[in-house]
Design a protein around this ligand. Structure first.
Ligand code: ACO
Length: 323
């Protein structure tokens, strides 16, 4: 059977770093509150010349270099983002142009913080269906542009960045020993829309809008939804949490990550955490964390890696990958 194998990953963060102390004076907050409640110590914030497209392009170029490939080798670009450069055309098409690609096809996909899991699943289906051999999967965001910088309950939580990986079709045997994406599991429930949303859009206000979140409400649902979808993915593959080498969760809050890992029975030393450095970068958070753990040598070929995310919608999803 055809498997979607990861050939390489890449990441890009904006030049400017904002520490927790930089918020003191902007809003009524403290480094102590942000660190204790979220685990975040700093985040990268895009300057005027840095956009979702430019960050996505840079991450894509690094993923291509790590794969030993060029844009000519790519059939499809799937970009997960909730902060596109324009309402249309898709920012994926802009990245395609920036990469000098005039063949294949590219589109955006929007599932907020779960976007990368949705994009990975979509790319896997195109590959396994035979419509694409090599796919660039990108998560890129500039959430700083949709934050209300006077709202201390949200503005301290998010950051900007991009991560990308190249998937390639390879023949596997159909067992969990295969390299590549072994199983994915996606869920959504629009009943929770009002708990995490942006209060504008082309078809309602005609504006871009600002992010609004009932953090405590989101927190209450997060751990249950994450463990539910992770257990579904593990069950589909016939493996248990003990078989995992690495757990790469969405980086929203260290307390959510710790509680999810505890409930799933995943040892602390197998959990990849970058929320302290990046804050919540929405669809970019999982590939940014993956890129960090590959770059420092933790994730190696053959490792069993579990990815998960949960976010606005609500949407949530998990993927089990043999690296
Ligand atoms: N600095 C100081 N105090 C603050 C700040 C701040 N930046 N923000 C809120 N507070 C105050 C609140 O006003 C509240 O004060 P009160 O008790 O006087 O009313 C107090 O701190 C506690 O607020 P809570 O909201 O109960 O704090 P909590 O421990 O729940 O932490 C947080 C808040 C960090 C937002 C947490 O709820 C969280 O992480 N939620 C989930 C976020 C998430 O996972 N989102 C999903 C992905 S995002 C996406 O899809 C785009």
């Amino acid at each position: 059977m055809i498997r979607s194998v990861v050939r390489g990953v890449g990441a890009e963060t904006p030049r400017r770093i904002m520490n927790n102390d930089d918020f003191v004076g902007l809003v009524d907050t403290s480094d102590e509150w942000i660190t204790q409640r979220t685990g975040i110590r700093q985040r990268h914030i895009a300057s005027d010349d840095e956009t979702t497209a430019s960050l996505g392009e840079a991450a894509a170029r690094k993923a291509l270099a790590a794969s030993g490939l060029t844009p000519a080798d790519i059939d499809l670009i799937v970009l997960a983002t909730s902060t596109p450069n324009n309402t249309f055309p898709a920012t994926a098409v802009e990245i395609q142009q920036r990469l000098g690609m005039h063949h294949g096809f590219a589109f955006d996909l929007q599932a907020v913080c779960s976007g990368f899991l949705y994009a990975l699943t979509t790319a896997d289906l195109y590959i396994r269906g035979g419509s694409a051999k090599r796919v660039l999967v990108i998560g890129a965001e500039t959430f700083s542009r949709i934050l209300d910088w006077t709202d201390r309950t949200t503005c301290v939580l998010f950051g900007d960045g991009a991560g990308a990986l190249v998937l390639e079709a390879q023949v596997g045997e159909g067992s969990v020993a295969d390299q590549g994406i072994l199983t994915t599991s996606l869920r959504s429930d629009g009943a929770h829309k009002e708990k995490l949303y942006v209060d504008g859009g082309p078809s309602t206000s005609g504006t871009v809008g600002k992010l609004r979140m009932e953090g405590r409400e989101v927190f209450k649902h997060a751990v249950g939804m994450i463990t539910d979808v992770v257990e579904a993915a593990l069950g589909d593959a016939g493996v248990t949490a003990d078989d995992l080498d690495w757990f790469v969760p969405h980086q929203a809050n260290k307390r959510i990550i710790d509680a999810s890992a505890r409930k799933l029975g995943i040892a602390e030393e197998k959990v990849v955490v970058t929320v302290d450095r990046h804050g919540n970068t929405s669809a970019a958070s999982v590939p940014l964390a993956l890129a960090a753990a590959v770059a420092d040598g933790r994730i190696k070929r053959g490792d069993l890696v579990l990815l998960e995310a949960m976010g606005g919608g609500f949407t949530w999803g998990a993927a089990l990958v043999r690296w």
